[in-house]
Design a protein around this ligand. Structure first.
Ligand code: GYE
Length: 325
């Protein structure tokens, strides 16, 4: 019961935030009197360093592009995202952008946006809806990221004569990055029968959950060689659990993660992580350029893939001083 009241209160405050900033659509014109493009953006939440950097990028790029941004944080809940998108439709924004927390369950609301003739641009994460329901999807290739992480293990343990026991910390259940990173990773390590995933569980992309789940998994699995975490934050939480268990991260248990945010890169440069596959959160400029094109009636590519790299400990040391996020 108490939980239910909290949920109601949360959605009421969400609705309030959105009406509070929802009335200024025509007041944001530039000096020339022309009206600004209005973009309604529903963000997943603030679960990780990656997400915070992504939010900053979107806000900064909207400012530079002269686009009015109506921003809504869904606290990692699909129902909040659906409510936000419905509110954007009601407010008649020009374009809707969102990063879908999970892959499934978007058909109805995407059809509503289409019926209202409001184009939708997906950023960061994919959906399983019919592609005719959105204009484009801007983001990383998560299967490829999982493969790059797996390839590091294949190379690192190419001469291993004994089983290499791996713990995998998965991202949010049902999210595109969790599904695809797991798929790419397991496909590549499958080439070496010594590489064994002994436990695989979700840590919901957060540091706190990463630590909690790793504590439990370390108790249940005595001989762990490698941790593969689907993002830096879970890896950082797990790193604490490893240290508290009296083990040395980076040595007793090697750590491979995805993202390459500053805290992850710091751990890598200090030898506590062993490898990071980059996933860039800086999608703001591409999003704003796409929004402008869509508004001008120009055609855009159905899939816009982000360019990314990988980091070992030496490369992390080099890159850290100029890292933006
Ligand atoms: O890797 C993780 C975040 O969807 C790519 O979400 C994003 C992932 C990112 O919480 O840190």
């Amino acid at each position: 019961m108490f939980k239910r009241i909290l949920v109601l209160a949360a959605s009421a405050s969400l609705a309030l935030t959105m009406t509070a900033c929802g009335s200024d659509k025509d007041s944001g014109g530039s000096g020339s009197g022309s009206s600004k493009i209005v973009l309604g953006f529903s963000q997943v939440g603030a679960e990780s360093g990656w997400r915070t950097a992504n939010t900053k990028s979107i806000q900064a790029s909207a400012g530079t592009a002269g686009i009015e941004l109506k921003f809504s944080d869904a606290q990692q809940k699909q129902e909040n995202q659906i409510a936000a998108i419905r509110s954007f439709i009601k407010q008649k924004v020009d374009v809707i952008g969102f990063s879908p927390v999970v892959v499934t369950g978007w058909d109805a609301v995407l059809k509503e946006a289409k019926a209202a003739k409001i184009p939708v641009v997906l950023t960061d994460r994919a959906v399983d809806s019919d592609p005719s329901l959105y204009v484009t999807f801007i983001g990383s290739d998560f299967v490829e990221e999982g493969k790059k992480a797996g390839q590091w293990l294949v190379d690192e343990y190419k001469d291993a004569k004994e089983p290499v026991n791996i713990i995998q910390l998965e991202g949010t259940v049902g999210s595109a990055p969790a599904i695809d990173r797991k798929k790419g990773f397991e496909e590549v390590i499958g080439s070496n029968p010594n590489l064994k995933v002994v436990a695989s569980q979700s840590g919901d992309f957060t540091r706190a959950k990463g630590k909690e789940v790793m504590q439990a998994l370390l108790k249940a699995n005595k001989d762990v060689d490698v941790l593969f975490a689907h993002n830096d934050d879970m890896g950082l939480g797990a790193m604490q659990a490893i240290e508290e268990a009296g083990l040395t991260p980076g040595k007793d248990i090697k750590i491979v993660t995805i993202d390459a945010v500053k805290d992850g890169m710091t751990a890598l440069s200090e030898g506590k992580f062993n490898y990071i596959v980059e996933c860039s959160p800086l999608l703001g400029d591409q999003l704003m350029a796409t929004v402008k094109k869509v508004k001008a009636g120009e055609t855009v590519e159905k899939r816009i893939v982000t360019v990314e790299t990988v980091f070992d400990q030496a490369k992390a040391k080099e890159a850290l001083p100029t890292r933006q996020y």
